[in-house]
Structures are given as C-alpha cells and as structure tokens.
Design a protein around this ligand. Sequence first.
Ligand SMILES: [Fe+2]
Ligand SMILES: [Fe+2]
Length: 176
Amino acid sequence: MISKDMATRMSNQLNMELYSAYFYLALSSRAETGSLKGISDWFMAKHFEEQAHAMKIYHYLKDQDVDIQLQAITAPPAEEMSVLQMLEATLEHEREVTKAINDLVDHALTEKDHATNIFLQWFVTEQIEEEATVGEILGRLRLFGDKPEGLLMIDNELGVMAATLAQAGAAGPSIG
Ligand SMILES: [Fe+2]
Ligand SMILES: [Fe+2]
C-alpha cells in the first residue's frame, strides 16, 4: 500500500499519460489531413505507446490497492501546426513529462517509498529514449525547414519507424 499523497500524484501522472495519448492522436489526425501518412502513422504509434504507459500506471495503482479517481482529460491544442511545429510541440511535451516523472521520483524518495521508486525507473529510462528520438527527428527536420523535399523524406522515415513499431506489437492493432 502506498501513501494517499503518492497515490494522488501517480493518478495525476496517469492522467498526463492519457493526455499524451490524446495529444498524439490529435497530431496524427492533423498529419493525415495534410496527406503525410508516415508522420500520421508515427504519431498514432506514439498514441498507443502513451496509452500503454497510462495502463502501466493504472495496473501499478491497482496492485497497490488504490481506489483510482479518474479525472477529465484536457483537450489537445486545436490550432493549425506545421510539421516542424508538431515535432517542436512533441519535444516540449516530452520534456514536461520527464520533469513530472523526476518530481514523482523525488517524492517517492522523500517518502522512502521504494516500490514506487523502482516502478518509476522504467519511466525515467523511457523518457531519455523518447526525448532522444524526437530530438533527432527534429534536428534533421530543421535542416530542411518545412520544404517539401524534407517533409517527404521525414514522412517516409517515420512511416518505416511506425511500421517497425507496429510489427513489434507496440503500436496497437490499427497500424500497418
Ligand atoms: Fe509516456
Ligand atoms: Fe512520451
């Protein structure tokens, strides 16, 4: 059993992961509307990954016998975005998630909550990988700005990455 305070903080993180899933679903939709199928598939794969993150936290809380109070999920931003802006927003969002995870680890350590601390280590590692992947894509995208040649290249690359994720079973049933 974890403390009530820790449970509330972890429930907030569950909400943040669900928001992440919702945010990437919105970006996937926008990319598909812009005929960028590869980018759309990649954001869809991220959507499913974030759902999996949320469920990991959900099951941890249930294992800890927490009576989870689910909260409303904020609507993602509705304004038009270029692909560059989408990737910039993604990196910014992942950095916020990293900060939230680090704050949770800090709190778990303060409470000497070893179980939650160990559970959170997977998320600490995951965030390093997520920021690195998005940073790399963004770096190459910035070389081209939003020029069509660059967009088509990134669209192809992300399409391949999304297909690999789908094959690995990480991207949910509706990809591939
Ligand atoms: Fe996540
Ligand atoms: Fe993420």
